[in-house]
Design a protein around this ligand. Structure first.
Ligand code: NAD
Length: 356
């Protein structure tokens, strides 16, 4: 079925890795129309908003968004609405992208890149499902105050049961299609929101009798993730815990450049959900423009796009196998090369395309 993808490469290494992903995507699906727009710092530099109207309009008529990354040091001191990151904020908000799915895989050949012992991460394959539109990042009041000459600040952690229900269901559904083990992470010994989280999760669990549910406190989860990472299948958790745990999970693979993500919202239906797909890393200003960035995260994000937004599991798996083969054949970019001779972004992309 014909499909249109909004391609928003953004800043820094964004364009380099996104173009690699588009090349791979169009090799397996030449029928997909890709419409590209400048956003983030690239748009701000031209006097446009971070998410220009034409980019918004393309997103509106697309089946999914393939996103690079946004953010440049020169904008770091500006208020959010004048920063490149505002583009991502608007897209997450406008499309209510509440489910952030982050698969973490250590491909054969990459074990030595991890800071953990190779035997701990060999064959690692887990998914972190993070709630993305609620919790302490969005709760009100959220402000800094001065009362009687004393400075204070408040952030509010709030969750409503329906927000928990939908994200926990995403976790159960994913686990059902994998090794049928869901770990729900909370802090129910301290936080009221976590007590609600656990209660709602327990309420939903009987709908998935084939999935084994386990609860872990977030501090313990952080520890177990580096002690016995292979025991995890799907982890589901709230926004802030997910932010931290998914970055911790990232170091298991040795490089943030290998990790894709999908952010799914309320639009569409299972298998054909509207989503935003992006590497979990940022714009990597230290290596931008050098042609050495690892495009794996962007390429695997395109695979997730095929799976979740275009119901094309077959080509998604084809891309994932091609990446796996490239690594197994020792084709490694600088971030994961260790003692091997590193290849460029382009050479890695060509190696993947040749193995499709
Ligand atoms: P970063 O992820 O850009 O870089 C961290 C380190 O990882 C750097 O050493 C970088 O070279 C390396 N790295 C990242 N991606 C890589 C890749 N594909 N291949 C090889 N190495 C890679 O994080 P940062 O330095 O904290 O942030 C830089 C900018 O990116 C900031 O402006 C930040 O706001 C922005 N950012 C954007 C997003 C996003 O668009 N979703 C996410 C995170 C950070």
């Amino acid at each position: 079925m014909a499909a249109t993808i909004a391609v928003l490469p953004g800043d820094g290494i964004g364009p380099e890795v996104t173009h690699a992903a588009v090349a791979v995507l169009q090799t397996v699906r030449p029928d997909v129309t890709c419409v590209e727009h400048e956003i983030g710092g690239a748009a701000l530099r031209r006097g446009l908003p971070a998410l220009p109207d034409d980019a918004r309009a393309t997103c509106e008529r697309s089946d999914a968004i393939l996103f690079g990354s946004v953010g440049l040091p020169e904008y770091d001191s500006k208020p959010l609405a004048e920063r490149p990151e505002y583009a991502l904020f608007l897209l997450r908000r406008d499309y209510e992208l509440y489910a952030n799915i982050r698969p973490v895989r250590v491909f054969p050949g990459l074990e030595d890149a991890s800071s953990l012992k190779p035997e701990l991460v060999r064959g690692l394959d887990l998914v972190v499902v993070r709630e993305l539109t609620g919790g302490i990042y969005y709760g009100k009041p959220k402000e800094q105050r001065t009362e009687d000459g004393v400075e204070s600040a408040v952030d509010t952690m709030i969750y409503h049961a329906p927000e928990i229900e939908r994200i926990v269901r995403t976790g159960f559904e994913l686990a059902r299609g994998r090794r049928k083990h869901l770990t729900s992470v909370d802090k129910q010994n301290i936080l009221e929101t976590s007590r609600l989280w656990r209660r709602v999760t327990e309420r939903i669990a009987p709908e998935y009798p084939d999935v084994k549910l386990e609860h872990l406190l977030v501090d313990n989860a952080a520890m177990q993730l580096v002690r016995r990472p292979g025991d995890f299948d799907v982890i589901v958790t709230e926004n802030m815990f997910g932010d931290i745990l998914s970055d911790e999970a990232a170091i298991l693979t040795g490089s943030i450049g290998t990790l894709p993500s999908a952010s799914l919202g309320t639009r569409g239906m299972p298998g054909r959900q509207f989503g935003l797909y992006e590497p979990i890393g940022g714009t990597a200003p230290d290596i931008a423009g050098k042609g050495i960035a690892n495009p794996t995260a962007a390429i695997l994000s395109a695979a997730l796009l095929l799976r979740y937004s275009l119901a094309d599991d077959e080509n998604a798996a084809r891309i994932e196998r091609a990446v796996e083969r490239a690594y197994a054949d020792g084709v490694l970019t600088a971030d994961v090369a260790r003692d091997n001779t590193p290849v460029s972004t382009q050479t890695f992309t060509d190696a993947v395309t040749a193995r499709l």
